[in-house]
Design a protein around this ligand. Structure first.
Ligand code: AHM
Ligand code: MG
Length: 286
């Protein structure tokens, strides 16, 4: 069995999990559980149930060496001879389900070690009015769930410069230069598009030609909120392969060092023009 086959098998597993998660989102209880995840967030019953769906399916795949979930404390070893390591956020933005906004799942596929240097592919799934899956390997391909099957729709690519601005985190905790950057971008005519779900927000920027999504370090969270392995690196790979970029303010997000599986990092994703603008402003404000 070749490597291509193994990757296909993982994508099929993600498709199968996504069909079950779609049903869970539509019918499941949106209430809180009594547990916290390792970042200290109270887990929703939906977080735990979607995590179990994915883990049960991944456990059946021999090419997976180990998995780690945003909802679990530590790495779960699966097959000693397996080739792939998968880090996933089973239901990102789960607190938006009760107000019927879009949410998503994010998967980073790694080899050897869980870190940016070893990410080889990523997948995210958007659960909105439609279910769409975006697979990044050497390029970025979008699929849509139609009549129970994921059908290829199109390749995704960013334009050099976009029109949308998605500024995350708590504004009164922003550094003054960051606030100035965001104000300047709006003053240049960019439109605000921020739902509070990074999967639909980043999907919108990718599909509508480009722009900037930012989740900076703040006075209350100097290392930002978004997790490196489960959220930042998978989308960084997607944005780079789609002809855009992803940085932590100073360097490529895919050069950020990971010391712990639940580490977070400030992050910016966008088209090349907006990413260069972030780098210029941040370089002057170290
Ligand atoms: P979660 O993994 O606990 O669901 O949190 C991640 C979400 C992202 O989807 C989103 O971009 C961000 O948190 C929103 O945070 P904020 O409300 O601070 O802007
Ligand atoms: Mg998340």
């Amino acid at each position: 069995m070749g490597k291509e086959y193994n990757m296909q098998e993982i994508i099929k597993a993600i498709e199968e999990a996504s069909i079950k998660i779609k049903h869970l989102i539509e019918t499941g209880d949106t209430g809180k559980s009594e547990q916290e995840n390792s970042t200290g967030d109270t887990q929703l019953k939906l977080d735990i149930a979607s995590d179990e769906i994915i883990e049960d399916i991944f456990k059946t795949i021999p090419s997976i060496k180990a998995i780690v979930s945003e909802e679990q404390e530590s790495i779960v070893p699966l097959n000693e001879d397996g080739e792939y390591l998968i880090a996933y956020d089973p239901l990102d933005g789960s607190s938006l389900v009760d107000v019927n906004l879009s949410v998503g799942s994010i998967y980073g596929i790694y080899k050897n070690e869980f870190n940016a240097q070893n990410i080889i592919a990523s997948v995210y799934v958007v659960f909105g009015p439609r279910v769409e899956m975006v697979v990044t390997t050497d390029d970025v391909k979008m699929y849509r769930l139609l009549n129970g099957k994921f059908e290829f729709i199109q390749n995704l690519e960013l334009q050099e410069k976009g029109k949308l601005n998605a500024p995350g985190s708590t504004q009164n905790c922003w550094a003054p230069f960051h606030k100035q950057l965001i104000d300047d971008i709006f003053n240049d005519g960019y439109r605000l598009r921020y739902s509070g779900g990074m999967v639909p927000d980043l999907h919108q920027i990718l599909l509508k030609g480009g722009g900037l999504f930012s989740y900076p370090g703040t006075t209350d969270r100097p290392k930002g909120k978004l997790r490196q392995l489960f959220e930042v690196f998978p989308f960084a790979l997607t944005y780079e392969k789609a002809n855009g970029g992803a940085v932590d303010g100073f360097k490529r997000a895919l050069e950020v060092e990971t010391t712990h599986i639940h580490d977070t990092t400030p992050c910016f994703f966008g088209s090349k023009t907006e990413i260069n603008r972030v780098l210029e402003v941040y370089a002057k404000n170290v």
